[in-house]
Write a protein that binds this ligand. Structure first.
Ligand SMILES: Cc1ncc(COP(=O)(O)O)c(C=O)c1O
Length: 387
């Protein structure tokens, strides 16, 4: 089976894990702090702005919790978002309000967001589809203009930049995911960024039971009653640990190599799939934008997409569509919404295998199978207008 994603871990990561075993310190400790410092440097921010967590989802929940939403408060997010984004809003007592996306980039424009912003809007939460930064600069400007915080779900875009600026640092909060399917992995883990160091400190407390001071060995060096609890605000346990941080630190060093290979594979798909009738390829990146190449996606006529996905699966090639439109999920109460861009993209888009474990021949096999499957269904079924 040619898989969609596959983690790239090897001897360097194993050596880092062995070193953590030998230290007998597996929990949150020096390697966590070193990983936070290295990741902050990668973003060109200070380490006081970031916190290493046990998942990207925890980062989303903590970012939304930091908004202190009241009942009826709204958070605007694209319908094509990861499910945890909407869950984080609902869990914090807010209401997710879904906006549309561009049918080709699958990212929202500033106008898509502005169209649904209202008096109760308390934040905007956007991802960067497949690692493409999208309209994030104008969205950040819009959020500043209307005075609402911007949360970037940067799970797809760990190495994406706009004019050299790290995606995730354009808004007020951001999180990255290092789960087993991401561009850099550590098993499970996530990083939270907050522009305001106070907000980052609060998120850190909330990620560790709400404790103002840790109660362990470290605190025993500065307090004579280190076991006592000081909880200004209740929290939960969502911190990362030294084992996963050690893996993350190696992956971060390898990031240029991992992303570089993804870019090569994406460019190979571009060449192999150019000119197939009835098949649309990802739009080119605007000048000044760098992507992490988390997804390589194609678009075709709706029924064709589903048939092709199943034909490829039967041929040992796993493809899928991310992210299923949340406005169609009854749990979020917006099934009567009509979002033409989101509907267009959801019915036509297919994400192809893309990870550095693929060799060029794998990409040629996928491209040939896709070309054959699409051509067999042409010419009567085209994807439809792209704007
Ligand atoms: C866009 C996006 N946001 C958030 C997450 C959640 O990250 P995690 O799996 O680390 O909780 C994911 C995971 O798939 C994701 O793809």
């Amino acid at each position: 089976m040619i898989h969609l994603h596959q983690p790239q871990v090897g001897q360097e990561e194993l050596d880092a894990v062995a070193e953590v075993f030998a230290s007998k310190w597996l929990g949150h400790g020096p390697r966590t702090r070193a990983f936070e410092a290295a990741f902050a440097a990668h973003l060109h921010v200070g380490a006081e702005h970031v916190a290493f967590l046990n998942s990207g989802t925890a980062g989303l929940f903590l970012a939304v919790e930091s908004l202190d939403l009241k009942e009826g408060d709204e958070v605007v997010l694209p319908s094509l978002s990861f499910v945890a984004a909407a869950n984080a809003v609902v869990a914090s007592g807010g209401r997710p309000v879904f906006c549309d996306v561009d049918r080709r980039t699958l990212n929202p424009s500033a106008e898509d967001i502005e169209r649904v912003v209202g008096e109760r809007t308390k934040a905007v939460l956007v991802l960067h589809y497949g690692g493409s930064p999208g309209d994030i600069v104008r969205i950040a400007e819009l959020c500043r203009r209307i005075g609402v915080p911007l949360i970037e779900d940067a799970a797809c875009s760990v190495a994406s930049t706009v004019d050299g600026r790290a995606v995730g640092t354009l808004g007020d909060f951001a999180m990255w995911s290092f789960d087993a399917m991401k561009v850099m992995v550590c098993g499970d883990g996530g990083m939270l960024y907050a522009r305001d160091p106070e907000a980052a400190a609060r998120a850190r407390r909330l990620a560790y039971h709400g404790l103002a001071q840790p109660t362990g060995f470290g605190y025993a060096q500065v307090s004579s009653r280190w076991w006592e609890l000081d909880i200004p605000e209740v929290g939960r346990r969502a911190i990362g640990n030294d084992l996963t941080a050690a893996i993350g630190a190696v992956q971060l060093r390898r990031l240029p190599e991992l992303v570089g290979r993804r870019r090569e594979l994406a460019e190979l798909y571009d060449r192999e799939l150019a000119g197939v009738p009835g098949l649309l390829l990802p739009p080119p990146l605007p000048d000044g934008h760098e992507s992490t190449y988390y997804f390589y996606w194609v678009q075709m006529a709706p029924g064709v997409r589903d048939e092709v996905a199943n034909e490829l699966r039967a041929a040992g090639i796993y493809t899928t569509f991310r992210y299923a439109p949340l406005h169609r999920v009854p749990a979020y109460g917006s099934t009567d919404l009509v979002l033409p861009g989101s509907d267009y993209a959801s019915d036509r888009t297919l994400c192809l295998p893309l990870h550095p474990g693929l060799d060029d021949e794998d990409v040629r096999i996928v491209a040939a199978a896709l070309r054959k499957a699409v051509e067999a269904r042409r010419p009567d079924r085209a994807p439809g207008p792209t704007a």
